[in-house]
Ligand binder design. Structure first.
Ligand code: NAI
Ligand code: MG
Length: 361
């Protein structure tokens, strides 16, 4: 196959981790006989420095000519809150997600087998394995509803945020969840607060309609407060967990913590059709930038997600994930995941070890 991939290296450790991920991507492509073409896209603080805007004109158009986007991280103290919005890196990332129509945020929380001792949960729970996918609706709900703030007669100021969802918005995220479940272990847990919220009752109705369309996928409703408990009690029970924007924001952070290091966790934002955006969940880590200390695994696993979910290429994704697990099983660690006294390797060496394993698999 031919793949055209937009590379947004970004700021801080972004370029360092993207370089290693591209190295692994090239190795996998060669092994499986794919041709890969890269398009460099400037975005974030580095774009502000180069052209005065964090989101240069034509950025989304450049990305849309590609099959997928790989992003390192953007941001840093140099382009802080005192800067005008068009120079701030966060503005650029939000604008890009919106312009690419990315409404589903996918965050796997999987405990790598060699890293079960990093799991803060009970040993029996970690040993059972954790491999779930949080699917968060990204463009609706209370974050985008009407806001208001006004003076009342007798109760001081009052503020409101409106939570709104349409059937159409629920259906498209729901469909993504069922389709993803088919590529995984075939189970969807839909999280809502249907005992209280009208939006949740509509959510549940739509999900039940979809569940009937996907009889091969096991389906359950879970109330959000119960889900928060289950994630720390027995996260191994979940496969795909789908939920609205705010619940997903909170639950995906909770889920990521049960697996240990943020340097290991990839993510994707997808819409209908290409391109999906793949990136590590961590930020630009300015404290360790340029020191060959960053863990490139989250970005490398983002490439595995790209193969699995944008290109429907499970074998390539498996090869990357197995290579990462093999390197970790041999005890190789970057400083963020090394235990005190354990010897650590740098960003580039970790990338090289993983490429070597991809070639051996
Ligand atoms: P951060 O994720 O960049 O760093 C938090 C801590 O984790 C730091 O101690 C850092 O050294 C460490 N860390 C992060 N990634 C690591 C890796 N791959 N290997 C080893 N250690 C790693 O979050 P922070 O400090 O809150 O934000 C720094 C900058 O990144 C800010 O400007 C923020 O806005 C931006 N950011 C960007 C994101 C993105 O591009 N999607 C997401 C989150 C933050
Ligand atoms: Mg969050």
């Amino acid at each position: 196959m031919n793949y055209k991939i937009a590379l947004i290296r970004g700021d801080g450790i972004g370029p360092e981790v993207v370089d290693e991920a591209v190295g692994v991507l090239n190795t996998v492509a060669e092994k499986f006989g794919h041709q890969v073409e890269y398009v460099d896209v400037l975005l974030g603080g580095c774009a502000t420095d180069a052209v005065g805007k964090s989101y240069p004109d034509g950025t989304a158009e450049r990305c849309k000519t590609c099959d997928a986007v790989l992003l390192g991280a953007v941001g840093g103290p140099k382009w802080g809150a005192d800067k005008p919005a068009e120079q701030r890196p966060e503005t650029a990332l939000l604008a890009l997600r919106k312009d690419l129509g990315l409404y589903a945020n996918l965050r796997p929380a999987s405990l790598r087998p060699a890293m079960t001792d990093a799991c803060p949960l009970k040993k029996e729970t970690a040993d059972k394995g954790i491999d779930l996918m949080m699917v968060r609706e990204l463009t609706g709900g209370i974050y985008f509803g009407k806001r208001n703030k006004y003076q009342t007669e007798d109760r001081g100021m009052e503020a409101t945020d409106l939570m709104a969802y349409s059937e159409q918005e629920i259906e498209r995220i729901g469909r993504r969840a069922f389709e993803l479940a088919r590529l995984r272990r075939g189970k969807v847990s839909s999280v809502d607060k249907a005992n209280v919220l009208e939006t949740s009752r509509l959510w549940r109705n739509v999900m039940h309609r979809l569940a009937a369309e996907y009889p091969d996928v096991q389906y359950e409703d879970v109330l959000v407060d119960n889900c928060a408990m289950q994630l720390v009690r027995d996260p191994g029970q979940f496969d795909v967990v789908v939920t609205e924007n705010m619940f997903g924001d909170i639950l995906s952070d909770e889920a990521s913590m049960v697996t240990g290091s943020i340097g290991l966790l990839p993510s994707a934002s997808i819409g209908d059709g290409a391109p999906g955006l793949y990136e590590p969940i961590h930020g630009s880590a300015p404290d360790i930038a340029g020191q060959d200390k960053a863990n490139p695994i989250a970005t490398i696993l983002s490439v595995a997600m790209m193969f699995r979910y944008s290109f429907q290429r499970a074998a390539e994704a498996d090869a990357i994930e197995r290579a990462v697990d093999a390197v970790l099983a041999e005890g190789w660690r970057t400083p963020d995941i090394a235990k005190p006294g354990e010897k650590a390797v740098g960003t580039r060496e970790m990338g090289r070890l993983i490429r070597e394993k991809v070639n051996m698999i």
